[in-house]
Write a protein that binds this ligand. Structure first.
Ligand code: HSE
Length: 382
């Protein structure tokens, strides 16, 4: 596309949207586009001032106004699923043929949508572009972060199956969930601060008081994780109950990984069996996963390490040693960065075709915002 694209941004103020704005600003994405900011609640007010962004429209347009949206070549929305449900269909029915780039899950599994993660599935994206696809949907954060780490094994056709246990951060639930977690940590600390200050105090007394406080949190103090405190706790269920023993998050792991890799009924190929147990833990914004693979053949460990390390510029391979793992393979180390460390890579006791690995990604960056801005670049260059 040669003329600057008219790009409408919706949902730029929320957590994912703010991370997207930061990334677009850092990468100077605004230089080559004409940006219009939309809002569903503050239309008519001044557009935001974002470093490096000269707004095409100085005022916020109404995000519910189909006519205004129709003037865009590309719409990027981080506004959430309800917005997509309300706006996408009428917008298409009005005859709009532009590109819809969406962070929400609503359109992800539709046959006319592609899940975007270009360092991993650029061939799938290019094929779809050539066919005239115009719906580009960001993947589930857990899936995107995992594939950024170990996508090499899928690309090489080496995965017979994969099972994962996740360690998912509070941010996956949203900004209020992060606040709630920290408030709970503070309240738990407050409960035992004087005992902690006394080196002679009994640890079992401290533990008892912490547990009592966890049980005593009020509904208001635990409302974001459905009444369960996450501070000092973990919750092995994420998203809706599908009624068959799996959570929606676990289902997405299999369905979306296959779709991203261009596998499954939509592509006329068999799916790779992928299953998981998804667990919420008290970290801030990085999703980690412990992965078990059955490989399609016995490949030397050194070859596997090289494949993973060389797959894309964001993977950092962490040798399977204690100090390097403790230093590099932590949520804290990855938060706020594009880095995707992969470590604990080793053959498992079950046999030479069984591989273990551990990977971490910032669920707001690679897990949400980054694939969206990269898709915009791909459209500009197509
Ligand atoms: N479902 C993810 C989570 C976030 O709750 O961590 C969105 O992909």
């Amino acid at each position: 596309m040669s003329l600057p694209l008219q790009v409408g941004l919706v949902g730029w103020r929320g957590m994912v949207g703010s991370v997207l704005m930061q990334r677009m600003s850092t990468e100077r994405d605004f230089d080559a586009i004409e940006t219009t900011f939309f809002s569903t609640s503050a239309a008519g007010k001044a557009a935001p001032k974002i470093d490096g962004c000269t707004v095409f429209e100085p005022i916020l347009k109404d995000g519910n106004n189909i006519t205004a949206l129709k003037a865009m070549d590309v719409i990027i929305t981080c506004q959430g699923g309800d917005y997509t449900k309300a706006i996408y269909k009428p917008l298409r029915e009005s005859g709009w043929k532009g590109h819809w780039i969406d962070a929400s899950k609503i359109l992800r599994m539709q046959d006319d949508s592609i899940i975007i993660l270009d360092p991993i599935n650029m061939p799938v994206i290019q094929k779809a572009l050539a066919k005239g696809v115009t719906n580009w949907i960001g993947g589930n954060c857990t899936v995107s972060c995992m594939l950024m780490g170990v996508g090499a094994l899928y690309k090489a056709g080496l995965v017979e199956w994969m099972q994962t246990s996740t360690y998912q951060a509070a941010s996956g639930g949203g900004a209020p969930n992060m606040r709630e977690l920290l408030t709970q940590y503070g309240a738990l600390y407050g409960e035992v601060a004087d005992l902690l200050a006394d080196p002679a105090s009994a640890i079992l007394e401290i533990d008892r008081k912490v547990a009592a406080k966890q049980h005593a949190f009020t509904p208001a103090e635990t409302e974001n994780f459905r009444g369960i405190p996450l501070g000092g706790n973990l919750i092995p269920w994420i998203d809706a109950d599908r009624g068959d023993g799996t959570s929606l998050e676990e289902w997405k792991g299999g369905a979306e990984t296959n779709k991203i890799m261009g596998l499954g009924a939509m592509f006329g190929t068999p799916e790779i069996p992928i299953d998981s147990t998804c667990v919420r833990i008290g970290s801030m914004r990085c999703h980690a996963q412990s992965l078990t693979f059955k490989l399609t053949k016995d490949v030397p460990l050194a070859d596997i390490e090289l494949m993973i390390a060389n797959d894309n510029e964001w993977v950092s391979f962490v040798p399977n040693e204690r100090e390097k793992t403790e230093k590099n393979l932590t949520a804290m180390n990855v938060a706020g960065t594009m880095n995707i460390p992969v470590g604990r890579v080793r053959k498992l006791a079950m046999g030479p075709q069984y591989l273990g690995a551990f990977t971490i990604g910032d669920q707001l960056l690679w897990g949400a915002a980054e694939p969206l801005r990269r898709m915009l670049r791909i459209l500009q260059e197509s």
